[in-house]
Design a protein around this ligand. Structure first.
Ligand SMILES: [Zn+2]
Length: 198
């Protein structure tokens, strides 16, 4: 959830300076969260095939520590592992960003949400707690960062989020709807604000 809250905060601040389509903003927030969901796809598929309770399996899987996950067939574990690696890889994200830049540049804003997830995970996962393989598939190198699930870091993270959202609420001003949105020209549009009458 923190990934989405950080991405949303960044977008709210960005929207004070540039015009971004609401749909693009929403997609960017979703993109900041989905890297942690991809590896669930093989689990869901196998649950459906094997007639298992998929929701219970996902819940058990999500809250288990590395090495203590519920039993799943080897092919499911392998597929899940590679989907997790691909979703946390700067190499994969760079290829997708290049394709987006060539085909639909607006999608690069959405991919910034994905990039934010990779960068945050890179430094907030320890070597023994699902580290982000940032160079996958070229290398399995990871960084031994500070595990986000340590109580003091959890508190610090959500405290920082609280401060940021409090500041956003404090500095909120009404903005005129952007005249051109979601296009390169929109990024150059001058900032327009309303000032309420005293
Ligand atoms: Zn992640």
């Amino acid at each position: 959830m923190a990934h989405g809250l950080w991405a949303a905060a960044a977008l709210v601040v960005a929207c004070r300076h540039v015009a971004i389509k609401p749909a693009i903003s929403r997609a960017t927030v979703v993109a900041s969260v989905v890297p942690d969901l991809f590896h669930s796809i093989p689990l869901v598929v196998w649950s459906a095939i094997a007639g298992r309770d998929g929701v219970a399996l996902l819940r058990e899987y999500a809250f288990s520590l590395p090495g203590h996950e519920p039993w799943i067939p080897e092919w499911v574990a392998l597929a899940s592992h590679h989907m997790h690696c691909a979703a946390h890889s700067a190499v994969v994200a760079a290829v997708l960003s290049l394709v987006a830049w060539l085909v639909a540049p607006t999608l690069m804003i959405v991919l910034l949400g994905w990039w934010s997830h990779i960068v945050i995970d890179l430094f907030t996962h320890s070597a023994d707690f699902y580290p982000a393989p940032v160079l996958y598939p070229l290398s399995d190198h990871t960084i031994d960062g500070l595990a986000w699930n340590r109580p003091e870091l959890l508190v610090a993270n959500y405290l920082a989020l609280t401060v940021v959202w409090w500041w956003i609420a404090r500095t909120r001003t009404a903005h005129a709807p952007p005249s051109v949105v979601g296009t390169p020209g929109a990024l150059k549009a001058p900032r327009q604000t309303w000032r309420q009458s005293p």
